[in-house]
Design a protein around this ligand. Structure first.
Ligand SMILES: [Zn+2]
Ligand SMILES: [Zn+2]
Length: 380
């Protein structure tokens, strides 16, 4: 490309040095239409050269950074600054597609698998989802679960090529090994990935018997999932690389384990805190009592203080769930004083006797205290 060093990019596109990006784009569009090799069958070589020059000029002038370097130092400046060679290369046709794609309906995704270079693009495998249901205690303490799933894996017989071992590959007959198909549309030839070989340019000579040429097989797998303590319903664990295999050397997808935590018969969960309601009798409330309460680690004794009111809530610190951010939540116990709905003759006599001595001032309760003011801390 000796003469490329002499050409002035602005002259090539026929624009002023101070041209705007839009002017440059429009000038390139015109030049490319004029010099597209498909439009100049008689002077193909000259047209190709002009087309290259215009594309090269455009690739520099449409890039702010490159343009600034070019303005100051010329072509030589671009060569010395680690920019990709601005000579003719395949990517120019990609740029051509960039600029004309909107006009002529080029499909970037179909355009030869990748904007730079040719050949099939490695595609990442699909992600998979697996739902796991956990008992409340499992979620609280953390657990290792085994999950059984069916997924695709790379065929071991053929290493994913789809070819019977020892048979090798043959050139794709549909595209002649180019991996692409060209179609004529008006003045343009549109290039698409070959549907027969997906752009590889090669097809299997004889299909692998294990995977019937697919390169992947369905496998049942048992995986162990370490579920950390304190997870909630809706928690999603990602197992990197445990999804479907990629194609053409692309990476594997991921497996997402969605957790559902079952409700507990006693505990209501709010974040890392646990709430439960304990019924006690009127004498227990009035006199105080030691009762047995359920915790995550079995039953424990709890001292109900003398004169406890119905609806009063006690906080037992650190008896909640592990907090994902460290520490543990608390446990809240709300006391409900049960009033017997049926009394024996003896009980009725005793309550009546009590009623003669215990007086309650029957006036509305002021709603002053917030919930937390009423919570009594028990340092557990
Ligand atoms: Zn195979
Ligand atoms: Zn093909």
């Amino acid at each position: 490309m000796a003469n490329a060093n002499q050409v002035d990019y602005y002259e090539v596109l026929g624009v002023e040095r101070g041209a705007t990006a839009d002017q440059i784009k429009s000038a390139y569009r015109k030049a490319a239409l004029k010099w597209h090799p498909d439009r100049n069958p008689e002077s193909k070589q000259e047209a190709e050269e002009k087309f290259r020059q215009a594309s090269e000029a455009y690739s520099v002038l449409s890039d702010e950074q490159k343009r600034a370097v070019y303005d100051r130092y010329g072509r030589a400046g671009l060569d010395g600054r680690g920019f990709e060679s601005s000579g003719f290369n395949a990517s120019i046709f990609d740029e051509f597609q960039d600029i004309f794609g909107d006009l002529f309906g080029f499909d970037q995704n179909m355009g030869g698998g990748g904007r730079r270079g040719r050949g099939p693009r490695g595609q990442r495998g699909a992600d998979l989802r697996f739902d796991v249901s956990l008992a409340f205690e499992e979620a609280a303490a953390g657990v290792t679960k085994q999950i059984h799933l069916t997924r695709h894996e790379v065929c071991e017989t053929c290493q994913g090529t789809g070819a019977k071992p020892g048979t090798g590959m043959a050139t794709c007959r549909t595209c002649g090994g180019r991996g692409q198909m060209s179609y004529q549309q008006g003045f343009f030839s549109i290039t698409r990935t070959c549907p027969a070989c997906q752009g590889a340019g090669q097809v299997v000579r004889e299909a692998c018997a294990t995977c019937r040429g697919q390169g992947r097989v369905e496998r049942e797998r048992t995986l162990e999932v370490g579920i950390p303590a304190g997870v909630e319903s809706g928690t999603r664990l990602r197992m990197t690389g445990q999804g479907e295999p990629g194609s053409h050397g692309g990476p594997q997808g991921d497996l997402y384990v969605f957790l559902e935590v079952k409700e507990h018969p006693f505990f209501e969960r709010r974040g890392a805190d646990l709430y439960s309601t304990m019924p006690i009798s009127f004498p227990q409330a009035a006199l105080g009592a030691t009762i047995i309460i359920p915790t995550l680690h079995g039953e424990e004794e709890f001292e109900v203080p003398e004169g406890t009111q119905s609806g009063q809530t006690f906080r037992i610190k650190g008896k909640g769930l592990p907090n994902p951010h460290g520490g543990r939540g608390d446990m809240y116990i709300t006391i409900r004083v049960e009033v017997p709905s049926k009394l024996s003759r003896e009980q009725r006599r005793l309550v009546e006797e009590l009623g003669r001595t215990v007086k309650v001032h029957n006036k509305p309760v002021e709603h002053s205290a917030s919930f937390f003011d009423k919570v009594k801390d028990i340092f557990g």
